[in-house]
Design a protein around this ligand. Structure first.
Ligand code: ACO
Length: 433
């Protein structure tokens, strides 16, 4: 359908009233019903719990088609970016909208490299927290805490100040994540190394110790880079919508991203990769067969879900899961690791893909199904899986936060409700209740 032939309005009939509503067209054929004036015109609001059918913004960043299993960042298919690009190049693409020139990418990498250190006093923050505290809680707090060091960063700062916040966040988050990890083991914090690339430096921060030389394994660094690329953005998911929503109150970038980290922590979102490994271990160690577990996952009374399966938007294969399944085999082979959990995962996937329950509900493996197995093979502790997800998602959150603030339609997020509580009644004093 051409732009001229696309319908421009829709009619809504409520009782004997007819209301005209504008239609908004996306570049990939998606049509949105503009209901902004609906309440004023008809005293009616839209009811959409979980916002499953609500377009909260127009965005030029990421396109995904859940029915066809398509994911593109700024128009580039995820498969091509996974094969040819690097995480920092993808970060630039998401944030700036275009692939960088070679020179601009080198400058960007340089800028990030020279902002990785944390203020020395922040070390005390990490050591003051319980050793067993979840690193997502620590990361959320530390990222929010960056606003205390960089108080000049406000939502309406000129581009260069905002850019400084972007660089700081991308540069410092791996250091924050590694400090959270080192503290959990009571190991000394490592300073970042400027002779290393972004992902090599992450490995150094996590695994090096001050007593000896450390050389990051290039196979592991490459696999990590791929994981970060695959997680870099996913349009208006729970954590990204959170970042936009918090940003809509004009909270600064650090505060908004801190809220995004908290949203991502939940087991129905980014926390699922940790839950996948825990599920696979429980099947492995609990002596259950994959088939027995699948019966439980289908039984609503058992309160068990096949973690890493199903997605709010993908009703087909998650393209990231396809890439990761292949990467999982490659990484394990190259590192010479035989992981029985991978065998169980493949068995579960095989059963699910031919089982009516999963077929009818269009439940396919999502990005979390295989990412946990790769993280485990890379030696990353289970508690840190979701932290790595956040590290990957940072460019997406930043790009979406910046886009929100450039959007002429942007307003503070403030959904309505359908009130279903008690109607007006009189207060009864305590002695009469
Ligand atoms: N195992 C078993 N049954 C499932 C699963 C699952 N993993 N996922 C959904 N279902 C069933 C539901 O019970 C429901 O069945 P019903 O129609 O008989 O009531 C039906 O499929 C639809 O599920 P909803 O929960 O309504 O789907 P929704 O879109 O709200 O939820 C979600 C999507 C949260 C991802 C869900 O599929 C889930 O809990 N999956 C497991 C957790 C997970 O892997 N999360 C990671 C998501 S990806 C990400 O955040 C990066």
């Amino acid at each position: 359908m051409t732009t001229e032939t696309q319908p421009k309005t829709a009619k809504l009939t409520i009782g004997d009233r007819e209301i005209d509503l504008d239609l908004i067209h996306g570049t990939e054929g998606e049509i949105g019903l503009d209901i902004r004036k609906l309440r004023a015109q008809a005293n009616v609001i839209a009811y959409d719990p979980g916002f499953a059918n609500t377009g909260s913004c127009r965005s030029e960043i990421t396109f995904l088609d859940g029915e066809k299993g398509i994911l593109r960042y700024r128009g580039y298919p995820i498969e091509q970016l996974a094969e040819h690009s690097s995480f920092l190049e993808v970060a630039w693409l998401l944030i700036k909208g275009e692939l960088p020139t070679k020179e601009r990418l080198a400058e960007f990498e340089h800028e990030i490299k020279y902002h990785t250190m944390l203020k020395e006093s922040l070390k005390g923050f990490f050591t003051s927290l319980p050793r067993m505290g979840h690193p997502m809680a620590i990361c959320a707090a530390a990222v929010g805490g960056l606003s205390t060091f960089y108080q000049d960063v406000k939502y309406d700062d000129p581009e260069d100040k905002r850019w400084a916040a972007v660089i700081r966040l991308l540069a410092k988050f791996p250091t924050i994540a590694a400090y959270a990890y080192k503290h959990s083991l009571r190991l000394p914090f490592m300073y970042p190394r400027n002779d290393l690339g972004y992902t090599e430096n992450i490995l150094h921060l996590l695994y090096a110790n001050p007593c000896e030389e450390y050389a990051p394994d290039p196979v592991i660094a490459k696999a990590l880079d791929l994981l970060l690329i695959l997680h870099a953005d996913h349009e208006q998911n729970c954590s990204t919508s959170t970042v936009r929503m918090v940003g809509s109150s004009h909270a600064n970038l650090f505060a908004s991203v801190s809220a995004g980290i908290s949203a991502l922590w939940g087991p129905l979102h980014g926390g699922a990769n940790q839950k996948v490994i825990e599920m696979l271990i429980s099947i492995h160690e609990g002596g259950k067969t994959a088939q027995q577990f699948m019966e439980m996952a289908k039984d609503k009374k058992s309160n068990t879900r096949l973690m890493g399966f199903g997605h709010r938007v993908y009703k087909n294969h998650d393209p990231r899961a396809r890439i990761l399944q292949q990467a999982c085999d490659d990484v394990l082979n190259r590192l010479g690791i035989h992981n029985p959990l991978l065998e169980i995962a493949k068995e579960l996937e095989g059963i699910a893909l031919s089982d009516d329950y999963f077929i009818e509900r269009k439940l396919y493996p999502n990005v979390d199904f295989y990412s946990g197995i790769i993280y485990q093979a890379l030696g990353i502790p289970v508690d840190m899986f979701t932290v790595f997800f956040s590290m990957g998602r940072l460019p997406g959150w930043i790009a979406q936060w910046l886009e929100f603030h450039r959007d002429e339609d942007a307003r503070i997020s403030r959904p309505r409700q359908i009130y279903t509580g008690a109607t007006e009644r009189d207060y009864v004093p305590a002695h009469k209740r």
